[in-house]
Design a protein around this ligand. Structure first.
Ligand code: PMP
Length: 352
C-alpha cells in the first residue's frame, strides 16, 4: 500500500467547492518559517543555474558546531524520509527483518518492504508507548533494524531515559538502532533520553532529525542522520548526488541560526496542545499524553466516518483506520483559531 499523505487544503476545497479550510493532518508548523530563511531563499534563487553544493558545507558546519559532532558524523537527505530510504538501501536485504513498535510512522513498513525485507510490528503498550521489553523479546537472528520514533507518530507518546538506555544496552550490537527524533524540539518531559549522547556508547545507532517540524520547512525537504563517521560513510555512498537543493540548504542554515523563531514555534505548539487538551476534556474525550505537535484523540466508534464529516466543515484531521485505530483521530496543533475551529466542528459532528 502506498503512503497516504494528509489531504491538501487545495484538494479538499476543489472537491467540496468551499474555501478557508484548515489542515491539521500532517504535523506541520502552524506558522511559517523564519524570515531569515525566506530571505536566504530569495538571495540564493539568483544562482539556481548552478548545481547545489553536494557536501552541504555551510549547513553541515553550522549543525556540527551546534550539535558538538564532527561534520563527517552527518548525512543530509530529502527529509528524514530520505534518510529512512538510505537506511533500507544500505542495511536491509530480502529475508531480513525490520522491527518497530506499532502503530508508528507509516513509512517504516513501506521502506522495509521496498527493500524486500519483512516488517515486524510490536504492539504499543496500553498507554500507547513503545514496549521496550516486547521489542527486545521480538529480536531474532534475522533482525537488522529497530526503528524507534521517539516521540512516536501517530500517538505523540515518548519513552524515557531508562527505557531508552535499556535498548541501547540490551539490543544486540549487530542490530542497527534507529532513533527517529522528528519531534524532538517539542518534548518537555524531564527524563527524555539523549540519543545523541548514546552515540558515544553504541556504534550501531543512528539518530534522525528533520527541518520539517520545529523549523517549519516541510516544503523544502531537509532531514539528516547523526551517527559514527563509519556508518555515515555507507549512507553517503548510497545517496544521490545533490540530493539537498540549494534553496533548502541556505534556508535550513538560516532557520537553524534563528533560535528565537524556533522557540516561538515551540511556544505556539505548547499553547495549542494546552488549548486542544482543555477543549477535548470539556467534550469528555480522552487523548494520549503527547510530547509532539499533535494529539491522538479517542473519538469513539467510526472515527474515519467522523473525519469525513469534519471535512465538510473544512477541517482536515488524520483518520487512523489504516493503523487499526478505528476509534481515534490524530489532530495536529494549529493556530489558536484553527484549534478552535477543530474543537467546534468536532462538538457539532459528535452530537449528530
Ligand atoms: N519520522 C517521523 C516519526 C515522522 O512523523 C515524519 C513526518 N511525518 C518523518 C519521519 C518524516 O519527516 P520528513 O521526511 O519531513 O523529515
Amino acid at each position: 500500500a502506498p503512503y497516504v499523505p494528509g489531504k491538501p487544503v487545495e484538494e479538499l476545497e476543489r472537491e467540496l467547492g468551499i474555501s478557508g479550510s484548515v489542515k491539521l493532518a500532517s504535523n506541520e508548523s502552524p506558522i511559517g518559517p523564519s524570515r531569515r530563511a525566506v530571505e536566504a531563499i530569495f538571495a540564493a534563487a539568483e544562482n539556481l543555474n548552478r548545481y547545489p553544493d553536494d557536501t552541504c558545507f555551510a549547513l553541515r558546519d553550522a549543525l556540527a558546531t551546534q550539535l558538538g559532532v564532527a561534520g563527517e558524523a552527518l548525512c543530509f537527505a530529502g527529509g528524514s524520509d530520505g534518510i529512512l530510504d538510505l537506511l533500507a538501501k544500505c542495511f536491509l536485504a530480502p529475508g531480513d527483518d525490520a522491527l518497530f513498535p506499532w502503530p508508528s510512522f507509516a513509512m517504516y513498513p513501506i521502506m522495509t518492504r521496498g527493500a524486500g525485507a519483512n516488517p515486524v510490528q510490536v504492539p504499543l503498550d496500553r498507554e500507547f508507548r513503545a514496549d521496550v521489553g516486547a521489542l527486545l523479546a521480538a529480536v531474532t537472528p534475522r533482525t537488522r533494524l529497530l526503528l524507534l520514533a521517539n516521540p512516536n507518530n501517530p500517538t505523540g507518546t515518548s519513552i524515557g531515559a531508562a527505557d531508552f538506555a535499556r535498548l541501547v544496552r540490551e539490543l544486540p550490537e549487530r542490530v542497527l538502532l534507529v532513533a527517529d527524533e522528528a519531534y524532538l524540539e517539542f518534548v518537555r518531559r524531564a527524563d527524555f533520553p539523549s540519543a545523541l549522547a548514546a552515540l558515544r556508547e553504541r556504534e550501531t545507532l543512528v539518530v534522525l532529525r528533520t527541518f520539517s517540524k520545529a523549523y517549519a520547512l516541510a516544503g523544502l525537504r531537509v532531514g539528516y542522520a547523526i551517527a559514527s563517521p563509519d556508518l555515515i560513510s555507507y549512507l553517503e555512498r548510497a545517496r544521490h548526488p545533490f540530493v539537498v537543493n540549494s534553496l533548502a540548504q541556505v534556508a535550513a542554515a538560516a532557520a537553524l541560526a534563528d533560535r528565537a523563531h524556533t522557540a516561538r514555534i515551540a511556544k505556539v505548539t505548547h499553547d495549542g496542545i494546552a488549548q486542544l487538551e482543555a477543549g477535548l476534556r470539556e467534550q469528555g474525550l480522552a487523548f494520549a499524553q503527547s510530547d509532539a505537535n499533535f494529539l491522538l484523540v479517542e473519538v469513539g466508534p467510526a472515527a474515519d466516518a467522523l473525519q469525513e464529516r469534519l471535512l465538510r466543515h473544512g477541517v482536515i484531521a488524520r483518520p487512523l483506520g489504516g493503523f487499526g485505530l478505528t476509534t481515534h483521530l490524530r489532530v495536529s496543533v494549529g493556530t489558536r483559531e484553527e484549534n478552535e475551529r477543530f474543537l467546534a466542528s468536532l462538538a457539532v459532528e459528535r452530537k449528530r
